[in-house]
Design a protein around this ligand. Sequence first.
Ligand SMILES: *Cc1c(COP(=O)(O)O)cnc(C)c1O
Length: 454
Amino acid sequence: MKDSILFYSTNLNAEPVIFSEALLKGLAPDKGLYMPEEIPAFTKEEIKSFSNKEYYEIAFEIGRMFLRGQIADDDLLAIVKDAYNYDVPLENVYDNKYVMRLDQGPTASFKDFAARMMGRLMNYYLNKEGRSITILTATSGDTGSAIANAFYGLDNIKVVVLFPETEVTNRQRKQMTPLGRNIRVIAMKGKFDDCQALVKEAFTDPDLDYLKLSSANSINIGRLVPQIVYYFYSFAKLRSGENNEEVIFSIPSGNFGDMMGGIFAKNMGLPVKKFIIATNQNDEFPKFMDIGKYEKIEPSYNCISSAMNVGHPSNLSRLIALYGGVMDEKGSVSQMPDMEKMRKDIFSISIMDDATQQTIKEAFNKHKLILEPHGAVGWKGLMSYLENNKENADQLCVSLETAHPAKFPEKINELLGLDPDLPDSLKGLDEKEEQFDKLDNDYLEFKAYLKERY
Ligand SMILES: *Cc1c(COP(=O)(O)O)cnc(C)c1O
């Protein structure tokens, strides 16, 4: 065992680096994504012991495995304790079927889990090295606000958030535009994929080297590690203690960062029977699983689960790497992964908007369960899977709810005729003053904007 885990690039054309370097760089110099050379694993006994631990303590156990030799235990413990000061409700829907609500953080989306830990880790390493960076991030709504809130006020980090002008809700926008200070927000006249393309181009532009650009998108390894934790947490709290017990997770997915956390958890020893990867109409991955041929969707479809309107999931190359294949950042596969093994672990399904809306109604009428569009895609994926795989009827199942229903008040009201209660984090947004710039979907304009201001 090496002293520290090194991180290699999925494009296999860059030197492996230590955690802090992968964290602060974001993207590898060859445009690949960083992956751990070794995935540490827990023993069954260790996993059993998690049942008596708090959320932040499980986060600590997982973090120290990946950060071996790179951070003192005390420092890591302080970081996770500060980051995870909110609830993670496990809502029983029927029998042993649960919804895990990952919506109690400061921006009411699951992205808070990753952003809060990543921000604190970056700050820790930057302070240690006495330097500063600029975070450039494209958002389809929830990432931007989670990053902006998690990084607000950190002196060594400037943040620039790009969002597609017409693809985020008023509330999502208002969670980032009033912040100011080290946070700058730009509305782009384009789609999420366009924003992401501009960001990627900026990263490899030598004229912008002086900005020390880094990414906080779901491609950053610092986002991935925290997203392993809630899989362990839910199993620890819900397990019955029987031998050979396994769990099925259903994950509403866009850029596949969330699901990669789950896949890592399984590789670390969590007994997962199946992952259900539920997408909206953007079905490039379910199709790939079906026919073994990958074709991204350009432009991506606009669906009501807007944070999942992704025509080429940026974390897909990580999944492919884990199953022995190679996919570059453009989505071309130079080595096929082990499809058979992938199909054994993963069932993927595309859920159209009308089925998503129907599910929101049904879940409420049947179970008094309030879901928003993303969580409904996950829940519907699980229901379809169980319907077609009756042998799994008794299995422990956890479907992830990735945002708070109050973030989509118009949709919920239209479908259920009620207004979801606002969590504290979303109260008072309407009175705040917004501050943001508008840019065309044009790289040179974007570059000039950055050079002028920084
Ligand atoms: C980002 C997001 C997703 C998709 O997560 P990925 O990690 O990109 O797959 C799902 N739901 C919500 C509410 C999100 O914000």
